[in-house]
Design a protein around this ligand. Structure first.
Ligand code: SF4
Length: 89
């Protein structure tokens, strides 16, 4: 699997601010002052964090965290009916 080409994304509508993602993937996700995730940089997942990123996605209680192919646009996510999980693989 070409994990290095994936990005971590958050569906802001589904996210309920549990913060599990920031605990599991602090290298890429921090929390804002209200407890909602902020993705570092462009969200591209280095190969060394691929397994941890997949765990963060599966452990998100709101299914709001997802892996998307690199460059997957916000509009494409909206049209795909983004619901969390892994897209495009
Ligand atoms: S674990 Fe899921 S619901 Fe909680 S802050 Fe992260 S993305 Fe949002």
């Amino acid at each position: 699997m070409a994990d290095v080409l994936s990005e971590v994304r958050v569906n802001p509508i589904a996210c309920s601010g549990h913060g599990v993602c920031a605990e599991l993937l602090p290298e890429l996700i921090s929390l804002d002052e209200w407890g909602y995730p902020v993705i570092a940089g462009d969200g591209v997942i280095p190969a060394r964090l691929a397994r941890t990123a997949r765990r963060a996605v599966t452990d998100c209680p709101a299914l709001a965290l997802l892996l998307a192919p690199r460059g997957y646009s916000e509009e494409a996510q909206r049209l795909a009916g983004l619901r969390g999980g892994t897209l495009g693989t």
